[in-house]
Design a protein around this ligand. Structure first.
Ligand SMILES: *Cc1c(COP(=O)(O)O)cnc(C)c1O
Length: 408
């Protein structure tokens, strides 16, 4: 045991000791919160904040939660509730808002993919759930996917121990369906690359009585797409909670058929002997995700979109005077179908590549993150940027471009 003297000495090395001592152990939550506000957590950690001119990227912590969402997070943190009861209640609210049969909050879109797959394999069979991913005997264990739809996130599906059956053409897909087929898996990550489109894919699932799943994380925004794929007939739809919807970064949604969402939930927390036990979503995130969906659906998307267009056009004006640079306002097809400024370095005019410039901007002060670096350029977006940073982004990008400019 530490002596009281040693204990106080140790405490005094902590930055907050003044706060604790003056407030005492009975300090109210809000008094303590007020004292912590002034603390520079990132600074103490030696981590620099980044200006986000890139978009909703996981490596940049994706998005910033709006005040309403943070309020839900804070206000729910101070009480105990039944985890299962809360989980189910939030799922029902979100399903109502979205207009789908059932929904659940997951620990992100990737978690939704794993839980959805596990649910399709096990239903509500406890004994089967315990065996995933080691022993899939007695379960359908094949997932059919188009070659173009194999992406990094596919790992979240094979976590369950399933075998991927890879096809390219519609005929091949039909032929691949067998008694072992558990799921037909589709992703929007690469836009329209697959040979079998959304509707034909859904139809094949229905005709053969096999559930269809879509990772639609890349299709939000626009906000209408939150219900587009359940409406289209996909049995299960996964999206990210912390990107365009601006919920907690470690949250996502699984939406769709009631029995399948229930089975997915069965494979997740809080039960310990399940593949999804490590994919816990805490009570604050559950509620915050519900409020984030509510806010997202209420928001005036057209107005936001117009703001982003105006901002991108403003950036374009600021940079168009840089000789040797082509600046174009574009809307990429997928993912992130939002106003974007595409900057192209004309051949021979700059001494740096897009990759080098991206790095210089990130390493510079302040740190600015840009998107899609390539040999001859990079992109800027404003949809995840704080408006107050717009002028700084224009200035820093221009500075780096001028530094790299070759005399002609
Ligand atoms: C971001 C993303 C995911 C993963 O989302 P998380 O919520 O971070 O798990 C999955 N698929 C696609 C296409 C994505 O863009």
């Amino acid at each position: 045991m530490l002596s009281r003297r040693k204990w106080i000495k140790r405490l005094s090395r902590l930055p907050l000791v003044g706060g604790f001592v003056s407030g005492g152990i009975l300090a109210t939550g809000s008094a303590r919160a007020a004292e912590t506000v002034a603390r520079d957590y990132f600074g103490e950690l030696g981590v620099r904040p980044v200006i986000n001119a890139a978009g909703a990227y996981t490596t940049l912590t994706a998005s910033i939660m709006p005040d309403e969402v943070l309020a839900a997070y804070r206000q729910t943190a101070g009480e105990y509730v039944s985890y299962n009861e809360l989980h189910d209640a939030v799922g029902r609210k979100i399903a109502e808002l979205v207009g789908c049969e059932a929904a659940m909050v997951t620990a992100g879109a990737a978690s939704a993919m794993t839980l959805a797959t596990a649910g399709v394999l096990t239903g509500l069979d406890e004994e089967k759930a315990k065996r995933i991913p080691i022993d899939l005997s007695g379960m359908k264990h094949e997932v059919i996917v188009q070659k173009a739809h194999i992406v990094g996130y596919t790992h979240a599906i094979i976590n369950c121990g399933v075998k991927l059956v890879v096809v390219e053409r519609e005929r091949e897909l039909i032929n691949a369906i067998s008694d072992n087929t558990a799921l037909l898996y589709f992703t929007d990550e690469h836009g329209l690359d697959g040979r079998v489109g959304h509707e034909a894919f859904v139809k094949m699932g229905k005709e053969n009585g096999i559930p269809t799943f879509i990772d639609a994380a890349a299709s939000i925004p626009p906000k209408e797409n939150i219900s587009k794929f359940t409406d289209m007939g996909f049995d299960l739809v996964a999206i990210s909670g912390g990107k365009a919807i601006r919920g907690p970064q470690s949250a996502g949604l699984l939406m769709g058929r009631k029995d399948l969402v229930e089975a997915a939930r069965f494979n997740g927390p809080p039960t310990s002997d399940r593949i999804g036990r490590g994919m816990k979503v805490n009570k604050e995130e559950l509620v915050a995700m519900w409020i984030a969906v509510e806010r997202f659906l209420k928001s005036d998307y057209d107005k936001e979109y117009e703001t982003w267009m105006t901002q991108v056009d403003w950036l374009k004006d600021q940079l168009s005077s840089v000789e040797g640079l082509t600046a174009e306002s574009i809307i990429p097809q997928s993912p992130n179908t939002v106003p974007t400024l595409q900057l192209t370095l004309q051949s021979g005019r700059f001494a740096a590549t897009g990759y080098k410039l991206q790095n210089a901007l990130l390493e510079g002060t302040p740190s600015v993150a840009v998107a899609r670096p390539r040999e001859d350029g990079f992109n800027l977006t404003t949809w995840m940027m704080k408006p107050k940073h717009l002028a700084t982004v224009a200035m820093r990008v221009k500075e780096e471009l001028l530094k790299a400019q070759r005399a002609v």
